[in-house]
Design a protein around this ligand. Structure first.
Ligand SMILES: [Fe+2]
Length: 139
């Protein structure tokens, strides 16, 4: 079983190098808090927030996965040079149609530093006659 790093591991660290290391590997989910039953939900995953990750021949983000609890919903693969061989933040958008409310988690894999898990993201699914109150807009 691989070790899985998560966002909780660094949030309260005062060490700048540690924050950089964790931040640039940790996926972040952006999506609406609520979607109507049967509608498509756009889920954006970005790896790294304040810090960029290398894109080198032996050190790059190789894949990003989107999970709903224990179910793998979608994944995308990357190869060296996807970001032009310069540091950057991998970003990917997934369209999913949830049937029931979800607890989303994203995973990213660095070829040198292993497997990283996002903070969980709850998405409520409501009947088409009800309104969604969304506090989050995707950029
Ligand atoms: Fe890395």
């Amino acid at each position: 079983m691989p070790k899985i790093f998560s966002a909780d591991s660094f949030q309260h660290s005062d060490n700048e190098l540690k924050r950089d290391y964790f931040d640039r590997h940790t996926p972040v989910i952006e999506c609406a808090d609520c979607v109507k039953e049967g509608e498509k939900l756009f889920v954006k995953v970005r790896v790294g927030n304040a810090y960029m990750h290398p894109d080198e021949g032996d050190h790059y983000i190789a894949y990003v996965q989107l999970w709903n609890r224990e179910t793998l919903l979608a994944e995308t693969r990357y190869y060296p040079g996807t970001l032009g061989n310069v540091p950057g933040n991998v970003e990917v958008g997934f369209l999913v149609v949830p049937k029931v409310s979800m607890n989303l988690v994203a995973m990213s894999y660095c070829t040198k530093h292993g497997l990283w898990q996002s903070a969980p993201r709850m998405v409520k699914v409501v009947h088409e006659n009800l309104d969604c109150k969304n506090d989050n807009q995707i950029n």
